[in-house]
Design a protein around this ligand. Structure first.
Ligand code: GAR
Length: 197
């Protein structure tokens, strides 16, 4: 039996597309949910033939209201979703979603965590002047970009780079890394664990 996956995306949705088209092994992308009516991911879902919904997240900008987060949970349970992939969700998950799906929420982030968590990880790395940047797929816990790491991939910063060229190369790596991590989780090779933390 395939693991049923919901992808959450607030923006363009290129990672969502890469998950749908990539090799996720025993994982199957069933659903796209967005907190942004204008998300490009919604149009992408239509062309990819994936069921997609905008769901109201509450009145806050960077988190869910508890009531709405519970609504998202109820919806996911109704749809028999077993795993959530955050593919550019610009909102913190702390309450009911984390309780219901602990150890079953994966996030992709455009930096080598624990460096440069939060907004614009690629830009933060570029402005800091690191020579090796990259991306991370990790399990979500109650911190911001702090959960157990599944995979990371390094990206060399070139002398000719600006913020956007670096972010574009990182994004390309993200597209490979996310499917690989989903595949590892769905086959039991990646497990949420507090060991070594
Ligand atoms: C990606 O770079 C993803 O790592 C980042 O948002 C972008 C979404 O792009 N996520 C975060 O920064 C979360 N902290 P996409 O919509 O094209 O997949």
């Amino acid at each position: 039996m395939k693991t049923k996956i919901a992808v959450f995306a607030s923006g363009t949705g290129s990672n969502f597309k890469a998950l749908v088209q990539g090799d996720t092994g025993d994982g199957e992308i069933k659903l796209l949910l967005t907190d942004n009516k204008d998300a490009g991911a919604l149009a992408l879902a239509e062309t990819l033939g994936i069921e997609a919904f905008y769901k109201y997240p509450g009145k806050f900008k960077t988190k869910f209201s508890v009531k709405e987060e519970q609504n998202w949970v109820d919806f996911l349970i109704k749809k028999n979703i077993q795993l959530i992939c955050l593919a550019g969700l610009m909102r913190i998950i702390k309450g009911p979603l984390l309780e219901e799906f602990q150890g079953r929420i994966l996030n992709i982030h455009p930096s080598l965590l624990p460096s440069f968590p939060g907004l614009d990880g690629a830009g933060q790395a570029f402005r800091y002047g690191v020579k090796i940047a990259g991306c991370t797929v990790h399990y979500v816990d109650k911190g911001t970009d702090t959960g157990p790491i599944i995979f990371q991939e390094a990206v060399q910063v070139l002398d000719t780079d600006n913020r956007d060229s670096l972010a574009a190369r990182i994004l390309k790596k993200e597209h490979e890394l996310f499917s690989k991590a989903v595949k590892a989780h769905c086959s039991g090779r990646a497990v949420y664990s507090m060991v070594n933390r």
